[in-house]
Write a protein of this length. Structure first.
Length: 190
């Protein structure tokens, strides 16, 4: 990374909630074989989410400051102390209380520990984002109703892929003018 991120300045066409993400965030992006297996489900059942960002596990709050080389170095230093870990995804789930279909990711503990360490970085100083405590998951569909969620679940429950992968890197992503996230940098875990 050259220390300069091209941030969108005109967010007038974005929805209100999207503006929180203007400075980017850091995600766990599974390896290509996992993404290639799950992205077709996302493309079919929630094209809006699919076109915004490929298969991922949300990890950080949205950045509070524009990324600088100093802030980037702080994140790199924190992640030097985090060992890679294995993650598993089994059957997708739907809820009677909240819309959406997603894989619950296990184990949760190393992700919680990683979140805690990552959020010590200066780029996240300030108010804690309200979604930080949501359990780790990979979304298949989110911009759907509860009824649609259950229809999707019934269609995919017996055919959806399952598996595991090594989490050994994180991705810093930033949205473009069309609210499509672009990878800016890969951070390697220890």
């Amino acid at each position: 990374m050259n220390g300069i991120v091209q941030y969108v300045t005109d967010t007038s066409k974005w929805e209100d909630w999207q503006r929180d993400y203007r400075l980017g965030l850091i995600l766990i992006m599974p390896p290509p074989e996992v993404v290639d297996a799950i992205d077709p489900l996302r493309a079919k059942y929630d094209p809006k989410a699919f076109h915004s960002c490929p298969t991922h596990i949300s990890l950080s709050d949205p950045l509070r400051l524009e990324m600088t080389q100093e802030l980037d170095d702080g994140i790199t230093e924190i992640l030097r102390g985090v060992a890679p870990f294995e993650l598993h995804y089994d059957e997708p789930l739907a809820s009677r209380d909240h819309a959406g279909v997603a894989y619950l990711i296990t184990p949760q503990e190393p992700i919680d520990e990683l979140k805690e360490e990552l959020h010590k970085a200066a780029v996240f100083e300030g108010k804690v984002y309200g979604r930080r405590d949501i359990p780790a998951h990979m979304t298949i569909a989110e911009f759907v109703t509860i009824e649609e969620s259950w229809q999707i679940y019934e269609e995919i429950k017996d055919i959806a892929p399952s598996g595991s992968f090594l989490c050994d890197r994180l991705e810093f992503i930033v949205p473009d003018i069309n609210m499509q996230f672009q990878r800016v940098k890969t951070y390697r875990l220890r």
